[in-house]
Design a binder for this molecule. Sequence first.
Ligand code: VG1
Ligand code: CO
Length: 563
Amino acid sequence: YTTKKVPTTPFDGQKPGTSGLRKAVKVFQQPNYTENFVQSILNVLGDKLAGSTLVVGGDGRFFGKDAVKIIINMCAANRVGKLFVGQNGILSTPAASCLIRKHQTAGGIILTASHNPGGPDADFGIKFNTSNGGPAPDAVTNQIYSLTTKISEYLITDSPVAVDLSKIGSNTFTVDGGQQFTVEVIDSVSDYLLLMKDIFDFESIKKLLSGSSGKPFKLLLNAMHGVTGPYVKRIFVEELGAGDDCCVNTTPLEDFGGHHPDPNLTYAADLVKAMAQGNHQLGAAFDGDGDRNMILGVKAFFVTPSDSLAVLAANLECIPYFKKTGVRGYARSMPTAAAVDRVAKETGKEFFEVPTGWKYFGNLMDAGRLSLCGEESFGTGSDHIREKDGVWAVLAWLSVLAHTGLGVEQLLKQHWARFGRNFFTRYDYEGCESDPCNKMMAELEAKAIEPSFVGTPLTAASSGKVYTVAKGDNFEYTDPIDNSVAKGQGIRVLFSDGSRVIYRLSGTGSAGATVRLYIDSYESDSSKHSLDAEEMLGPLVEIALQLSRLEHFTGRSKPTVIT
Ligand code: VG1
Ligand code: CO
């Protein structure tokens, strides 16, 4: 192959958000659009690019295969030495992170828009992960963005590199008469499976699932036609013997069957319905790229992601990996309910509160100060890789259930009795107009930082319940490892009883604005722990809506999704 230089001009808005660049497929399909962004990623590697090794793969959504081919052709022309590519372009986000670390590559390019719908009329995304296996930090994504605004040419081979992505094996080519370029097509699951076997006690999980521990146990996993299908089948059916009927929707589809591949009570309604019949002890669903998980117990008992994190934190000792490494610290993203904080306090571990997005956990993990972390958005994970990990979360839950002999609901109730309960809910208003939402956030920020706001009593009109403001701000985070500062991460209103109301605009949408409203309220009185979360949080929701004038700005009287 020979390399050609293609002249190009910048596209507006190639700014990565919370997790990579996400736009409509049609945007990525414009001539040079994908190429410009990929070249900017490669250029960010600077003198590490020549001869480097990278991992490439994605969640199997529409346009993924085209993007993989473009990346292969561009990497060849840009003097990359080797690519590890998932078979048929398939790699879950956690598997990609695992591969980057295992093969010590310079990074990886992940083709996914995660939980956003897929298909010719839906979304696509490209994400760059650095050599630690984690999403590129802000400094790197800002650099990529800056390069996209100045790009004038990209490099690509004169004809497509002839690799059959369906065939596992190594292919080496000569570029420009000398340079060797290798594409190694690898099994999408194998390395990840080995890592899981290393972390968990598969024998004890097997015993639990087979019912030979004395309790019949049925598992129900919903892969939502995302990338986890092949992982779930290999791990739970083939390795753990859970039986074919333990998983559904395991064929990855380019459009996820037309659904949002998002594991929450709204978009994973199928799982909720099936679990409600009471025949399964544990249910879980995953998102498109396999980094999110939702956990349900018998009769669809819902475990909030914030509680899931706290329960795992309190029970890590039953997982061999943590026995080996010890438990360093815990962390959560700022809007996540503060349940894990209490576990950290009681166990005397370090605790961190970071902005939304997994990239903020990476430095702490690399520095050996963080073992387990999570986000309210159905993300749970540990320092085994540098991404959240849906399948890992289910294995962790099964380990805890096997070890304690308890059911999901029992475990939660015991946890609440010991630590108290954080009631949590999130309201999403999807597809709003951007301008009024920006105005709403500006008005909120002005209110929140006004000194006289502190001490203000806010009353929920319908119940008369009063909450007094203790603090208001726009969340700012200084990374304790490299002192980088992330500003403007969400408006917080903190109340004197420890309750919190948080407002953010999503950074993963492909058009318009999505408002997220998060409500977190702590209750130590165990007689109230079984009350309904919506009911408990009703007054705070009311206050939050009044304070932000959300209906006025968005024109919405109801959220799109409640979790
Ligand atoms: C959302 C979630 C955030 C998560 C991010 C990426 O971001 O709130 O917690 O890290 O998605 O997850 P935002 O900016 O839309 O609120 V994934 O599974 O989409 O990579
Ligand atoms: Co995801």
